[in-house]
Design a protein around this ligand. Structure first.
Ligand SMILES: [Zn+2]
Length: 353
């Protein structure tokens, strides 16, 4: 799952101004202006970029096989994700159906109405994005782990409170009008690569393990149980299928092994509220106790996650962002500026070489 970047020159300029010094959620919130609050993503320096590079030519041997779903196929794919809906909390239903006390039937009906057909123009623009990613892989000599064919599905994204995109299995759901808009520039390529990362981790557990290790997370076989106090505010993220990785955080001077969960800071109250505006990371001790901590409670929160992205609600999301930077920008970073935590990017490139 990934937030939208507002497509306007004013926002791009204002982002460029503050993105350079930004690295974390806390800093982001204090610097964000009202104008760009909703649609911009964290302090990701990369997303402030406007695109200058033109890619010509197609690669001879593409690594990613993909196809476009029709509206009917898209609806089938969307509602077939039983395991995902089984994990829904009331907090999920209320936010995602935009109604206090919503039930699963109401939500499913609403979600089905959001699926769309692609236009030929959108397909053409998205083909160019996919080709750009292929060209980058060829230029850098990178090889993706094996990946099953990807299916692209267009929806309004309202079924998930309007992020820019999200995934189930190797299906990538996104707002095609937004993705195909030339104004998204380099962000569309980063976004698509971010989503592809989720598709890769699902079919390559070893790859997932190695990627999480780069930000100090250990993947174990067994899933952690989410305690009641966390479930109360829990939001099910389609991109995060597992809670089976943990890292050590320093909380009140004590080292505590925690897994992460996405929660909201409040319940849904009024129509128009998106959980994306109220989400934060819960650090949940793996010892089974019914407590959780917030990022600000851990003195070494960003030492664990690194400083390349502020999108750190889960190791899966943090690494999806880092992966997109490694592929699209390479080791030199956007405009040759490098990274605040270059070791993470180096680790990804080393793995893909
Ligand atoms: Zn994601």
């Amino acid at each position: 799952m990934k937030r939208k970047l507002k497509i306007s020159i004013a926002t791009l300029l204002s982002l460029t101004l503050f993105a350079v010094t930004l690295s974390g959620c806390d800093k982001k919130e204090s610097n964000e202006t009202t104008e760009n609050k909703v649609e911009t993503t964290a302090g990701d320096l990369s997303e402030s970029e406007t695109e200058t590079e033109e890619v010509v030519g197609k690669v001879a041997h593409p690594q990613i096989e993909y196809s476009y779903a029709t509206k009917e196929e898209g609806i089938e794919y969307l509602i077939s994700n039983d395991g995902y809906y089984d994990r829904f909390t009331q907090n999920d239903l209320d936010y995602k159906a935009q109604k206090i006390g919503a039930n699963m039937e109401e939500y499913t009906e609403f979600a089905k109405e959001q699926v769309l057909d692609f236009t030929e123009e959108q397909k053409q623009a998205i083909d160019e994005i996919m080709n750009y990613i292929e060209v980058r892989l060829e230029e850098e000599g990178l090889t993706f782990p094996e990946i099953e064919p990807i299916v692209l599905i267009s929806t309004t994204q309202k079924e998930e409170c309007e992020p820019a995109a999200y995934t189930h299995g190797t299906h990538i759901f996104f707002n095609a009008e937004y993705m195909a808009n030339p104004g998204t520039g380099i962000y569309a390529k980063l976004l698509m690569t971010h989503e592809i990362f989720h598709c890769i981790t699902r079919s390559n557990p070893e790859f997932r393990k190695e990627m999480y290790k780069l930000i100090h997370f250990t993947v174990q076989d067994e899933e952690f149980e989410i305690p009641p106090s966390v479930l109360e505010y829990y939001i099910t993220n389609p991109d995060v299928e597992h809670h089976n990785s943990y890292a050590t955080f320093t909380i009140n001077g004590e080292k505590i092994d925690c897994f992460t969960a996405m929660i909201t800071t409040k319940h849904f109250e009024n129509e128009g509220e998106s959980f994306l505006d109220y989400m934060t990371t819960a650090l949940v001790p793996i010892d089974g106790s019914d407590v959780y901590y917030l990022p600000e409670d851990a003195s070494d929160f960003y030492d664990v996650f690194g400083n390349n992205t502020g999108y750190v609600i889960d190791p899966e999301e943090c690494m999806a962002d880092n992966f997109s930077y490694a592929v699209i920008y390479g080791i030199d970073g956007p405009q040759g500026q490098g990274y605040e935590s270059p070791e993470i990017i180096k680790g990804i490139i080393y793995y893909l070489k």
